[in-house]
Design a protein around this ligand. Structure first.
Ligand code: PMV
Length: 384
């Protein structure tokens, strides 16, 4: 009979941590030294789209990332593929006369094509969206019955932060206790509707893009596209200098501050952060988010040799936001930085976002390299 192909496509947004994950207690299973909490972005913006296909005519597992074939031999890909294959179930497509039994999945090979709509490895958690999407798509293809939390424990083995992209809204990654990592997984704190008036602004330099698009739904403050040219650039899309894997390893080996953070600080912050989110208490949310970003970067500085992810512009953005929040009496904007210099700014509401953008444009006149995008909370982690 004709060789058949069965395909599944999934789309997964990235997530931005407001209580950071930094440091592993088990590097193979990717088990963290503390819990973390993140916001999942709207899949319309920073997301990965992955198609997985299976066919008896495929002779090996293969993957293409942004159109270029990449090797699947790395442990992280192998772990995800193995874990999903182990959970594969029978499928039957009567119409096309296809029947795949649990046993067949051990011999069948997959082809994977994945696209990011944002720069890879610029500290914008491209691996988070990537592995979440891969695991979700494979699970659907192979008819695995696991729920998203259970799948998150598999995505975690691809990239730690990936486990948090299996849900929309605010998501918590429980570090877990057991040795095999089965309880180190993500759960949803609140869904994307709970605090929908927050606006997330990400300042990214895309080198070649000469405009910035501000697009959020029912946008009433800005036009969709605005040509801007100026002198200075805000941030950078250059690949980060120290990968999160190397950075975390060195921090765990050398930083005493990390021990203190993981044991004494984060457990309390997680409780406070969950409360702020549930109560939509922006003042407390902003305070915790900024403090935790700053402590994460302090821990990087406390690493030997020290790791610098932020640059002068990042520091100036922090000063600008701090000054503004102080002058307002109650905070209007929170900032957070991951393993790169790009600022992620979370505004209380659209009015605050509008004022923030005005300030950013005034203090950081963008040049032809600058792009500012704003995002709303992801309404669904997975579209298809
Ligand atoms: O999952 P990784 O290896 O990309 O590490 C992510 C680390 C941070 O983005 C800096 C923090 C976080 O919790 O996402």
């Amino acid at each position: 009979s004709e060789p058949w192909v069965k395909m599944v496509t999934a789309q997964t947004p990235t997530n931005i941590a407001v209580i950071k994950y930094w440091g592993k207690r088990d590097e193979t299973l990717i088990l963290p030294v503390n819990d973390s909490i993140s916001i999942t972005l709207d899949p319309a913006h920073l997301c990965t789209t992955t198609t997985v296909a299976v066919s008896p005519s495929f002779v090996q597992d293969r993957m293409w990332l942004n159109g270029k074939e990449i090797s699947l031999s790395g442990g992280r890909y192998q772990n995800c593929l193995r874990e999903i294959r182990a959970r594969a179930c029978d499928i039957e497509d009567k119409e096309r006369g296809i029947k795949i039994s649990k046993k067949d999945w051990e011999k069948l090979h997959v082809h994977i094509a994945s696209y990011n709509n944002f720069p890879t490895a610029a500290g914008l958690a491209s691996s988070a969206a990537g592995f979440a999407c891969l695991v979700f798509a494979l699970a659907k293809l192979m008819n695995a019955k696991e729920d998203n939390s259970e799948l998150s424990a598999i995505a975690r083995q691809g990239s730690g932060s990936a486990c948090r992209s299996l849900f929309g809204g605010f998501v918590k990654w429980n570090m877990g206790k057991v040795e095999d990592g089965s309880d180190s997984l993500a759960i949803q704190v609140v869904d994307e509707k709970h605090w929908h008036d927050l606006v997330i602004i990400i300042a990214v330099d895309l080198q070649t893009i000469h405009s910035f698009a501000i697009s959020w739904r029912n946008n009433s403050f800005f036009c969709d596209k605005l040509e801007i040219r100026g002198q200075r650039c805000i941030v950078s899309s250059r690949e980060k200098e120290t990968s999160s894997t190397t950075g975390m390893h060195e921090t765990v080996e050398t930083s005493l501050l990390l021990q203190h953070r993981a044991k004494e600080i984060v457990p309390k912050r997680i409780v406070q952060m969950e409360m702020s989110i549930k109560n939509r208490d922006f003042a407390s949310f902003a305070h915790l988010t900024c403090a935790d970003s700053n402590q994460f970067h302090a821990v990087c500085l406390d690493t030997c040799p020290p790791i610098f992810y932020m640059n002068d512009t990042s520091h100036r953005i922090i000063s600008c936001v701090e000054k503004w929040n102080r002058s307002e009496g109650t905070p209007q904007v929170a900032y957070t930085f991951d393993a790169g210099p790009n600022a992620v700014l979370i505004a209380h509401n659209r009015k605050a976002a509008a004022q923030l953008l005005q300030k950013l444009l005034f203090y950081f006149p963008p040049n032809s390299d600058t792009q500012l995008n704003s995002y709303v909370l992801g309404d669904k982690s997975i579209l298809k």
